[in-house]
Design a protein around this ligand. Structure first.
Ligand code: AMP
Ligand code: GLY
Length: 425
């Protein structure tokens, strides 16, 4: 089949790598892709939210299936746009994408279907006084979330009540534009997080992908500013059989059944951001796509034909298809530009990628591009992910570090403690 993958990050590099391996794939296009995705297919200069341009490309090239990497096109309704056209879309309808596009909707969904999550209430400018009163009922730290998409920056965790009140006022006053016109305030949950990915066919069928943990902060020991993700590990030792049985029973099943019961079409990936609170899984957030950089670790451990699975899910029937997991461990270490997540230079020449051992490590490009002379250069904050197989976390980590030591660009930075918290478990 002919496949069009939307997105340009490390996640899309990993999806492209996996899609290319399928015997079902005749050709793969990535829109817009990056400086590395062109080794798995053909990059096309189309924005993932430009549905008309995508439509024309799909028609002109007889595309059979669109795989949506990032949330923006999903929240904007790409599934619905193509629903009556002769192309499959892997992803939720616009109504389903609201699980990520609106935190208020997601919390309401969880409450309605009895899915464990932090106690919460939502407020607007009209109900700010009730918001202040609700804050008084909580114990610090206070968690305030912009309802809408805010490029991963819409969650504030604040220690003092006065500052929380001030933040509520600022958020409702437009701190994140329209995204914070509604603010969700919720109880703080304490525990260790993990990411569970589910592929569902919208008819009650689903498969669980390998579980991963990501590392969001820029600094070692989870310090400093939030980033798009500095690394990932799969599997996650604490997400053992007993924990996953609880996740399945109290979260995955009610989510899949809840979508069906609410009449919400969802044929794609559900990302459950979970927290382990004393052995009990609770939902921190839903996303409606795969995670980045989790996908760069998870794809190494998917031992089945992902294209066959995605096609079946998009057609609405996963049937008896299996999703087998590779028993090895995968660790991803992200190399980022100096200065990230603040401002950073672009256009730095990247060397050494050819010196990495492809048998143990895969380099997934994120913020890379080709310059006028065809040289590989940096073009973003997160530049390249080194994902390695290993017998355990320490082994895979050592291989990724070996790869990271070979790749170089001016200002290169990475975290040396990816997975170390899990090694203690
Ligand atoms: P979100 O965008 O909802 O994933 O929130 C970003 C991050 O904030 C999460 O990955 C958590 O680390 C943290 N967070 C969000 N909600 C809570 C909560 N209720 N309790 C503790 N931490 C939270
Ligand atoms: N790694 C978290 C995310 O993709 O949102």
């Amino acid at each position: 089949m002919k496949i069009l993958l939307l997105g340009s990050g490390g996640r899309e590099s990993a999806l492209a790598w996996k899609i290319k391996q399928s015997p079902l794939t005749d050709s793969l296009f990535i829109a817009p892709g990056n400086g590395g995705t062109d080794s798995y297919g053909t990059n096309v200069a189309i924005k993932p939210t430009d549905f008309e341009a995508i439509d024309k490309f799909v028609t002109d090239n007889a595309i059979d299936m669109i795989v949506v990497g990032n949330e923006d096109p999903l929240v904007a309704g790409i599934y619905d746009y193509f629903e009556s056209k002769p192309v499959l879309v892997v992803g939720p309808s616009k109504a389903g994408a609201a699980l990520e596009g609106s935190k208020d909707f997601a919390k309401d969904f969880m409450t309605r279907h009895n899915i464990p999550t932090a106690r919460y209430r939502s407020f607007t400018a009209d109900t700010i006084e009730q918001g202040y009163a609700f804050l008084e009922t909580l114990t610090p730290p206070y968690v305030l979330k912009a309802d809408g998409l805010a490029a991963g920056k819409g969650v504030l965790i604040i220690d003092s009540l006065d500052e929380a009140r001030e933040a509520l006022k600022e958020m409702l006053g437009g701190m994140f534009g329209n995204a914070s016109a509604t603010v969700v305030i919720e109880e703080f949950l304490s525990g260790i997080e993990c990411s569970v990915f589910v592929l569902t066919d919208g008819n009650g069928g689903y498969r669980v992908l390998p579980v991963a943990k990501d590392y969001k902060r820029i600094g070692e020991g989870d310090t400093g500013l939030n980033t798009g993700g500095m690394g990932a590990v799969s599997p996650v030792p604490f997400a053992d059989e007993a924990f996953m049985a609880k996740v399945t029973e109290s979260i995955i099943e009610p989510t899949v059944k809840g979508l069906l019961a609410d009449g919400i079409t969802y044929r794609g990936f559900i990302f459950l951001g979970l927290i382990n609170v004393g052995g009990e899984p609770m939902v921190i957030e839903y996303n409606v796509r795969m995670g980045d950089p989790e996908t760069e670790a998870v794809m190494l451990r998917v031992d089945s034909d992902l294209v066959e699975l995605m096609q079946a899910a998009a057609k609405g029937n996963l049937g008896t298809l299996e999703l087998r997991q590779d028993p090895r461990t995968a660790v991803t270490v992200m190399m980022v530009s100096g200065g990230y997540p603040g401002s950073y230079p672009k256009g730095k020449v990247i060397t050494g990628t050819e010196a990495v051992n492809p048998d143990t490590t895969i380099l997934f490009h994120a913020g890379t591009a080709r310059d006028a002379e065809g040289r590989l250069v940096t073009s973003g904050g997160r530049v390249i992910a080194a994902s390695s197989y290993g017998t355990d976390i320490a082994d895979a980590l050592a291989r990724s570090f070996e790869a990271v030591s070979r790749v170089d660009f001016d200002g290169k930075y990475f975290r040396r403690d990816i997975g170390k918290d899990l090694m203690k478990h």
